[in-house]
Design a protein around this ligand. Structure first.
Ligand code: PBG
Length: 322
């Protein structure tokens, strides 16, 4: 009998769902039993706005448990990971990514275009707030936070107080709640967060057997897309309140696979909206991300991000605020 592998997870419904799906996939592929071990993070205990906490708080408790060897591996929402690499840890797999689009859940089955001026739309992410404002629809954008159920209740519950909320389609998919979506937002309107819809399966870098075992879950095209988007984010040195979006698509070109990366930096009020794209080969994913970020910095993205001259340690700790 092999001892079960210990998969550390947060206790939220979303975290449990995605950890459970990875545990099942791993057992199906390798025959190894997996046991879920719940880890409570500072982010779960606090009610402060996420852009103040930084999403890194959700991740650090799992990483501490990895370092302390109380768990063997962890599954993160990739977009919640800090861009700074963690030396002792290794992302052993990026499984096939879910549809990365954001989703609108609106009362009365409405789409974005059907919301009247003054309609109240809840979201916590500056990236979404900025892009909603940039649409110029006179939407009343309201900051909200909480888990997926809490956010849905603001529109669908008995005490609903908002006309709509925007959240990641992938989260709803993992919870089996795609039915509530009234519009999956085209990336032309709402470019997703870097790595949205992707998971990162992480273990200790020196755990060679596990590194090899987990690799069966890796999906090369998803890894290439996420690599480009995250290189873009890291090069912008985006702090924890950064309205940064990126989306890489892979397609077959005439001379082989091609990667098409779009990136945006938008001021929170939506009045400054810098968007560019770049193409290349998947093998150059990281370079494409870096080059796209450099182009946007040349156009003044730094002044939107508020770190001209750079603000010192800490500012590059976290990924996007989602
Ligand atoms: N911190 C929020 C968060 N982190 C990951 C997801 C689900 C989507 C994904 O895995 O990218 C969500 C919910 C949301 O943005 O609505």
């Amino acid at each position: 009998m092999t001892a079960p592998l210990r998969l550390g997870t947060r206790g939220s419904a979303l975290a449990m769902a995605q950890s459970g799906q990875i545990a099942e996939a791993l057992t199906a592929a390798t025959g190894r039993p997996v046991e879920l071990v719940e880890v409570v993070t500072a982010g779960d205990r606090s009610t402060a706005p996420v852009h103040r906490l930084g999403v890194g708080v959700f991740v650090s408790a799992l990483r501490d448990a990895l370092a302390a060897r109380t768990i063997d591996f962890a599954v993160h929402s990739y977009k919640d990971l800090p861009t700074a690499a963690d030396g002792g840890l290794h992302i052993a797999a990026v499984p096939a990514r879910q549809d990365p689009r954001d989703a609108l859940v609106a009362r009365g089955g409405r789409t974005l275009a059907e919301l009247p001026p003054g309609a109240t739309v809840g979201t916590g992410a500056l990236r979404r707030i900025a892009q909603l404002h940039a649409l110029g629809l006179q939407l009343e954008v309201t900051p909200i936070r909480g888990n997926v159920d809490t956010r849905l209740a603001r529109v669908l519950g008995p005490d609903a107080d908002l006309d709509a909320v925007v959240l990641a389609r992938a989260g709803l998919a993992r919870l089996g709640r795609l039915d509530v979506i009234t519009e999956s937002l085209d990336p032309m309107l709402m470019l997703p967060a870097p790595a949205q819809g992707a998971l990162a399966v992480e273990c200790r870098a020196d755990d060679q057997n596990l590194v090899e075992l987990l690799a069966v879950l890796d999906h090369a095209p998803s890894r290439a897309a996420v690599t480009a988007e995250r290189a873009f984010l890291a090069t912008l040195e985006a702090g924890c309140s950064a309205p940064v979006a990126a989306y890489a698509e892979l397609a077959e070109g005439e001379t082989g696979d091609e990667i098409y990366l779009r990136g945006a930096v938008i001021s929170p009020d939506g009045t400054r909206d810098l968007r560019l794209s770049r193409t290349g080969t998947p093998a150059d994913a990281a370079e494409i991300g870096k080059a796209l970020a450099a182009e946007l910095l040349d156009l003044g993205a730094d002044s939107i991000l508020g770190h001209e001259g750079h603000t010192g340690p800490g500012t590059q700790q976290f990924g996007s605020t989602e």
